[in-house]
Design a protein around this ligand. Sequence first.
Ligand SMILES: CC(C)(COP(=O)(O)OP(=O)(O)OC[C@H]1O[C@@H](n2cnc3c(N)ncnc32)[C@H](O)[C@@H]1OP(=O)(O)O)[C@@H](O)C(=O)NCCC(=O)NCCS
Length: 407
Amino acid sequence: MGGDECVIVVREFDPRKDLASVEEVEKRCEVGPSGKLSLFTDLLGDPICRVRHSPAFLMLVAELSSTKEIVGMIRGCIKTVTCGKKHSRNSRTNDPMEPLPVYTKVAYILGLRVSPSHRRLGIGLTLVRRMEDWFVQNGTEYSYLATENDNQASVNLFTDKCGYSKFRTPSILVNPVFAHRLPVSNRVTLIKLSPSDAESLYRRRFSTTEFFPRDIDSVLNNSLSLGTFLAVPRGCCYTQRSWPGSDKFLSAPPESWAVLSVWNCKDVFKLEVRGASRVRKTLAKTTRIVDKLLPFLRLPSIPEVFRPFGLHFLYGLGGEGPFAARLVNALCAHAHNLAKEGGCSVVATEVASGEPLKVGVPYWKRLSCDEDLWCIKRLGEDYSDGSVGDWTKSPPGVSIFVDPREF
Ligand SMILES: CC(C)(COP(=O)(O)OP(=O)(O)OC[C@H]1O[C@@H](n2cnc3c(N)ncnc32)[C@H](O)[C@@H]1OP(=O)(O)O)[C@@H](O)C(=O)NCCC(=O)NCCS
């Protein structure tokens, strides 16, 4: 492709020889619009860390054939997720009209990077096409990716050139981790669920939520998953000691309850905000020092984000009943304290734009992203299930399940 000086070879990433050069490209690639604060990712020496927990994954690199220099890369993974629901009279559940999930095989693209010195030469486009070839060979029906709404290069590349359409716009909610602990409401009881209990609760209540991963058990049993926590109003008959298991709980749930799980991204990658003025950095540092010295004041300090920092991701957020949002709030306070113990600077979650429980999640607007743009493309000719039809044309659900492996 390209002129004489830019013929590239696309091949699979080879950890034995590509590590240093891939890291070099990653270092030079900001994500987001230039000129403002930008976010850099440190993959802690493992370029495939953000896909390796998925059932199937691939990383490709673009190499200049003349110098063998690596100038771009892309990661992709494949898994099975919910794309809709159906009602079946043959249901094995108690209620024959209880909806059942319809699953489809999807591919997810992430970590597309082209070295700033080699942009606008068609390398990004070539990498996407080669990745899609692998998706098709593996029988995927849809391919999707998340990008920032204002990342013009990426949005144009996928929508204008590759046939993707804008699909969902969930919100990424980010809250700082303060130097003080957050109080958990004494009107709430928190119960830690075992991975198998969490699995049965998620399967029974959330498996019809779009993007719910069919292999939720491997997510919950992954060592990066730090636990699933359930919140119920204090005084209802459930406590950690008297916990009867998810099935019994769901057969007689309290009026309101909420759940979430915590994923440790800190051991996978670190982020860093660059481009901040010295004044801003000093101000942030001052708030941290004051908060550390006087934690009882509970001053909202700005965490360390101008050096590589770690985060926890909250996934599987859900609940029922009139007080569910308040219970989510208590769960988030608990998650904050876990992140503080774990040495993280922020806690993040991602929810559907219309998610009713969003009001219970504390976040700082300046650190968050109101509209994370998810684009999708249909790759397969056949549908896994005729009753759902073309998912790319379907209206969004109230909730969305954001897989922590892909955050
Ligand atoms: C996004 C990115 C991978 C594009 O790589 P690239 O090799 O420059 O892209 P291509 O040359 O293949 O461009 C293909 C098309 O994308 C669009 N595009 C690419 N860069 C663009 C830009 N800066 N502004 C507007 N459109 C752009 C154009 O439609 C372009 O076609 P054209 O050149 O014929 O107009 C690259 O800019 C990058 O690494 N950015 C930083 C990391 C990032 O944001 N990754 C995406 C996360 S999902």
